[in-house]
Design a protein around this ligand. Structure first.
Ligand code: A3D
Length: 315
C-alpha cells in the first residue's frame, strides 16, 4: 500500500559542525526524515548513525541517513546548505569568498539537477554572496533560495538586550537587516521589550554598545573557539526558518531574500523582514525605515553588490 502521508525530507548539504547540529535539532523538533550529505566519505554516515541513536531517547521516529551521493537528496522538501570553510581567528567572512564560491557552485549545480523544487536555506559564508551564487546557478524563481543570517544576528541582539535589562529573551524583539557583515543594520526602532520601545529603557550609548557587540559577535565566538566558528546558534536559527516553512507558521523573520524594489534594492539578496510559510518567502515586509537606517541598509547592500560582482568574476 502506498503510504498516504510522508514525513517531510530535509537535506543537509555539509555535515560539519553546523550540519550535525542541524540534524540533532531537526530530530528534536520532529521535523521529518534527514539526509546528511558531505564530500567527506564516511563522516555523514557516522553522524547519521550517531543521531539515529538519539531517536529512542527522544521518542522520535524518523529516517536518518548519511551520504556523499547527491542522488540521495532527491525529493528533499528543504535543503540547508553549510558546505564550505568556516572562518579562523583573524579572518573576515569575505576572506572565504574564493574557496567557498567554488564549493557553492558545485553544490548549486547538483541541487539544480537533483532537487529543483526544494526550498533552500543557505548558511555558508560570505552569506549574501553564497545565496547569490546558489540562486544564480539554480535559476530563480523556480527554486526559492534564502539566506540565514538575520535570525541569528537578531537573536544575538535580543540576547544582549535581555541580559543587560535582566528580562526574558522571549519578550525582546529585534530586527537586524542588511548584509551579514560588520555593516549589518540593527534597526533600533524595531526593537521592543514587551512592546516597550528599547529607547525608553536604555540610553543611546548603551544601545550603540549592544549594536556594536552584535556586529562583532560572530568574530567574538571565533576568537574564543580558536578552531571554526559559531555552530549551535546558526543551526538553531536555520531550523527556525525551516520549521516555519515546513509547518506553514508564517513567522516574521529577517532573512536574505531577493529584493526587487523593496527597500529601494533591486536584484540583490539582502537581509530584510520576511514572512516564511509553506510558500517559502511569501512576502517581504517592505516597511519604512528612518532615513539613517535606510542609508545604513543601502550602504550594507552596496557591500553585498561588490561581493556579487566578485562572485560573477569567478563563475
Ligand atoms: P565545517 O564544520 O567545516 O563544515 C563544513 C562542511 O562542508 C565540511 O564537513 C566539509 O567537508 C563540507 N564541504 C566542503 N566542500 C563541500 C562540498 N563541495 N560539498 C559538500 N560539502 C562540502 O563548518 P561549519 O559547519 O562550522 O560552517 C559551515 C559554513 O557556515 C561556513 O562557511 C561558515 O563560515 C558558515 N557560517 C555562517 C554563519 C551565518 O550566520 C551565516 C554562522 C556560522 C558559520
Amino acid at each position: 500500500m502506498t503510504p498516504k502521508f510522508q514525513r517531510p525530507k530535509i537535506g543537509l548539504i555539509g555535515s560539519g559542525q553546523i550540519g550535525g547540529q542541524l540534524a540533532l535539532l531537526a530530530v528534536q523538533k520532529q521535523l521529518g526524515d534527514i539526509v546528511l550529505f558531505d564530500i567527506a566519505a564516511d563522516m555523514p554516515k557516522g553522524k547519521a548513525l550517531d543521531i539515529s541513536h538519539v531517536l529512542p531517547v527522544e521518542g522520535v521516529d524518523a529516517r536518518i541517513s548519511g551520504t556523499s551521493d547527491y542522488a540521495d537528496l532527491k525529493g528533499s522538501d528543504v535543503l540547508i546548505v553549510t558546505a564550505g570553510l568556516p572562518r579562523k581567528p583573524g579572518m573576515s567572512r569575505d576572506d572565504l569568498l574564493d574557496t567557498n564560491v567554488k564549493i557553492m557552485k558545485s553544490v548549486a549545480e547538483n541541487v539544480k539537477t537533483y532537487c529543483p523544487d526544494a526550498f533552500i536555506i543557505v548558511i555558508s559564508n560570505p552569506l549574501d554572496a553564497m545565496v547569490y551564487t546558489m540562486a544564480k546557478i539554480t535559476g530563480r524563481p523556480k527554486t526559492p533560495v534564502v539566506g540565514m543570517a538575520g535570525v541569528l544576528d537578531s537573536s544575538r541582539f535580543r540576547f544582549f538586550v535581555a541580559e543587560r535589562l535582566g528580562v526574558s529573551v522571549a519578550d525582546v524583539t529585534a530586527f537586524v537587516l542588511g548584509g551579514h557583515g560588520d555593516d549589518m543594520v540593527p534597526v533600533v526602532p524595531f526593537c521592543s521589550v514587551g512592546g516597550i520601545p528599547l529607547t525608553q529603557l536604555l540610553s543611546q550609548s548603551e544601545i550603540d554598545a549592544i549594536a556594536n557587540r552584535t556586529r562583532q559577535a560572530g568574530g567574538e565566538v571565533v576568537a574564543l573557539l580558536k578552531t571554526g566558528s559559531a555552530f549551535m546558534s546558526p543551526a538553531s536559527s536555520a531550523i527556525c526558518m525551516a520549521e516555519s516553512y515546513l509547518r506553514d507558521k508564517k513567522r516574521v523573520l529577517p532573512a536574505a531574500a531577493l529584493c526587487e524594489g523593496e527597500f529601494g534594492l533591486h536584484g540583490l539578496h539582502v537581509g530584510v523582514p520576511t514572512v516564511i510559510g509553506a510558500g517559502g518567502v511569501e512576502r517581504i515586509l517592505d516597511v519604512k525605515l528612518s532615513s539613517s537606517d535606510q542609508a545604513a541598509l543601502a550602504a550594507s547592500a552596496e557591500h553585498v553588490r561588490d561581493l556579487v560582482l566578485e562572485v560573477d568574476k569567478r563563475l
